[in-house]
Design a protein around this ligand. Structure first.
Ligand SMILES: O=c1ccn([C@@H]2O[C@H](COP(=O)(O)O)[C@@H](O)[C@H]2O)c(=O)[nH]1
Length: 273
């Protein structure tokens, strides 16, 4: 998917919501466990109930790998279902990969060519030759971890390296990578106060912003500092939406939670005009 198609979808749905499909079999409604593929059944119901409110879906790959081959099959069925039924939505493999060049190429093939995700999250720590293999794929997006939502972000990412915080070095250096126009960045919603500085370095880039909902990030604060002239934000909530209820009404409850966020986003977009 091109960035222009993503922006068009945001304006059409008046939403920049990304729903995280982090399926934990201990948390989903008990009656779904009787199905042949409970993870896929759960995802399908959540997607069908929320696709008009969200512009992106983000399965975190750990939640599928944890269930072995069956989990991987559920992931394949989920991305195929999205691509066949809702081709307008942006899909993110939250895989946090990155390795030496030839290995990164294989990761890129797995997620972009085999599974046909639009994007993947990548750890920048191994540098240019670990990131560029992902950037080589046309109309695919590489989402680099810049400033993450967790407390551990302060261990390294905000540390001063040669007069500049490490996350700023990541932003600046990555701009020189070949095909850097295919880059997006992860910035945690819990780090909203850093967004003005981040926007000075990457004014045009899209940001994936996890941490609203269960982690306590504030949507208004994120938008105040992070919106750009093409919106430029995909704000993710996973547990706050998909586990809104563990009863028979789980899909409707998820849609209600998604709708609450979409309404706030619509208001923000109207005010920003
Ligand atoms: O900095 C980061 C990077 C990724 N994540 C992931 O996003 C979701 C958040 O889930 P919630 O349930 O809405 O807290 C999850 O998959 C994380 O691994 C992040 O939280 N922070």
């Amino acid at each position: 998917m091109t960035t222009q198609e993503l922006v068009a979808q945001i304006h059409k749905k008046k939403s920049f919501l990304c729903i995280g499909l982090d399926v934990d079999l201990n948390k989903i409604p008990k009656h779904i466990l009787e199905k042949e593929d409970p993870i896929f059944e759960f995802n399908k119901a959540i997607i069908d109930a929320t696709h008009h409110l969200a512009v992106a879906y983000k399965p975190n790959i750990a939640f599928y790998e944890a269930y072995g081959i069956k989990g991987w099959e559920s992931l394949e069925k989920t991305i195929t279902y999205l691509n066949e039924n809702y081709p307008e939505v942006f899909t993110i493999a939250d895989a946090k990969r990155g390795d030496i060049g030839n290995t990164s190429t294989m990761y890129a093939k797995a997620f972009f060519e085999d599974l046909e995700f639009d994007s993947i999250t990548i750890a920048p720590y191994m540098g240019k030759d670990s990131v560029e293999p992902f950037l080589a794929f046309e109309n695919k997006h590489t989402i680099l971890l810049a400033l993450t939502s967790n407390q551990g972000a302060f261990d390294f990412q905000t540390k001063d390296v040669e007069g500049k915080e490490l996350y700023k070095q990541v932003l600046e250096v990555s701009k020189s990578y070949e095909n850097s126009e295919n880059l997006m960045y992860v910035v945690g919603a819990t780090k909203a106060e850093y967004l003005s500085d981040i926007r000075k370095i990457i004014p045009e880039s899209f940001l994936l912003v996890p941490g609203v909902g269960a982690q306590g990030g504030n949507l208004q604060e994120v938008c105040k500092h992070g919106l750009n002239n093409q919106v430029g934000l995909l704000v993710n909530s996973s547990r706050g939406i998909i586990y809104a209820s563990d009863g028979m009404d789980y899909d409707k409850a998820a849609a209600n939670k998604a709708s609450e966020l979409q309404k706030q986003m619509q208001e923000i977009l109207n005010t920003a005009k």
